[in-house]
Design a protein around this ligand. Structure first.
Ligand code: LHQ
Length: 257
C-alpha cells in the first residue's frame, strides 16, 4: 500500500509509503492520498492530521520514472488531477494538519509539506525546490507559499538554484516551525499533534479559514472575516468550556464541538 493510514487518539496518521522510491508520488499514491484526506475531513473522531514519510525520505516529489514511461498515465493532468487537489484538500481541511518531515522533501514533496498548518522536521531532513534542475517550474502551491513564508529574494534563489537546505536553515528563515534532533523527532512531533488534537477543533478550523482569507484580502475585508468567524467560534461548546475552565481554575476538556 502506497499510503498507510491509522487513526489513534483523535490523530489520523498518513504515511507516504514507497520508501524504495523515497516516497515519490505515482498517480496511484497521489489519488490514495486524496482519499485519505477526504476521510480525515469526514470522520468527526479525527481532530488532527499527521503526515510523514516511511523510511529515509519524506517525499522526493513526482516519481520521475512514471514521467519517463511512455505507457504511463501521461503528464497533461498531473497537476489538475494529482497535486492541485491535494493542496486544496489540505488547505480546506477543517482540522489542523501537521507535516512531520522525517527526511528529504523535494519538488512537490517539499511543497505539499510547506502548505501544511504546522511543519516540523528532523535535524537530518532537507528541503529542495528540485524543479529547475529538470526544466520545470515549482508547483503544488510552491510559488504561492514559499514566497509568503521566506520572502521574494530567498524564494526566487531557492527555486532557481534548486539548493538543498537543511532543516536547521529552514527553521532559521521561517520556512518551517521547528526542527528536532532525529532521536526525539517522532516523540516531539507527535507531542505537537497531540496538543493540536486536544484544542478546540472548530476554533482552529476558523483560524485556518481566516488565515486562508488573509492571503487574498485587505485589512477591511479581513476585519469583517474575523468578525464573522469569531461569532461562529463564540457559539461553540468549546468556547463555553474554555471560559468555564478558566474561571474555575481547572484544565479545559475540549471536545472539538
Ligand atoms: C526517485 C525519485 C523520484 C523516482 C528519488 N522519482 N525515483 C509536476 C508536473 C509534471 C511532471 C513532473 O513533476 C511534477 C512535480 C515534481 O515533483 S517535479 C520534481 C520531481 N523530483 C525531483 O526532481 C527530485 C529527484 N530526486 C532527487 O533529486 C534525489 O533523489 C533526492 C535529492 C530527493 C535524494 O537524493 P539522495 O539522497 O542522493 O538519494 P537518491 O538520489 O539515491 O534516491 C534514492 C532512491 O530513490 C533512488 O533509487 P535507487 O533504486 O537508485 O536506489 C532514486 O532513483 C529514487 N528516487 N527521487 N522523484
Amino acid at each position: 500500500m502506497s499510503i498507510l493510514f491509522e487513526i489513534k487518539n483523535s490523530i489520523a496518521y498518513i504515511t507516504l509509503n514507497r520508501p524504495e522510491k523515497f516516497n515519490a508520488f505515482n498517480r496511484h499514491m497521489a489519488l490514495a492520498f486524496q482519499e485519505k484526506l477526504e476521510e480525515c475531513e469526514k470522520n468527526i473522531s479525527v481532530r488532527c492530521v499527521y503526515i510523514t514519510g516511511a523510511g529515509k525520505a519524506f517525499s522526493a516529489g513526482q516519481d520521475l520514472s512514471e514521467v519517463a514511461n511512455p505507457n504511463g498515465p501521461g503528464m497533461e493532468t498531473v497537476l489538475s488531477e494529482q497535486y492541485n487537489p491535494i493542496i486544496r484538500k489540505i488547505r480546506n481541511l477543517n482540522k489542523p494538519v501537521i507535516a512531520a518531515v522525517n527526511g528529504v522533501a523535494a519538488g512537490a514533496g517539499a511543497n505539499i509539506a510547506l502548505c501544511c498548518d504546522v511543519v516540523v522536521a528532523s535535524e537530518s531532513a532537507s528541503f529542495i525546490q528540485a524543479f529547475s534542475k529538470i526544466g520545470l517550474i515549482p508547483d503544488s502551491g510552491g510559488t504561492y507559499f514559499l514566497q509568503r513564508l521566506v520572502g521574494l529574494q530567498k524564494s526566487s534563489a531557492l527555486m532557481m538554484l534548486g539548493d538543498k537546505i537543511s532543516a536547521k536553515e529552514a527553521e532559521r528563515i521561517g520556512m518551517i516551525y521547528k526542527y528536532f534532533p532525529d532521536e526525539v523527532f517522532f516523540y516531539e512531533s507527535e507531542k505537537i499533534a497531540t496538543a493540536l488534537s486536544q484544542l478546540p477543533t472548530k476554533g482552529l478550523a476558523y483560524t485556518k479559514q481566516a488565515l486562508n482569507k488573509s492571503l487574498e484580502q485587505n485589512l477591511e475585508q479581513q476585519l469583517e472575516t474575523e468578525d464573522s468567524l469569531q461569532r461562529k467560534a463564540a457559539a461553540t461548546n468549546d468556547f463555553k468550556e474554555g471560559v468555564s475552565a478558566f474561571i474555575e481554575k481547572r484544565k479545559a476538556n475540549f471536545k472539538g464541538d
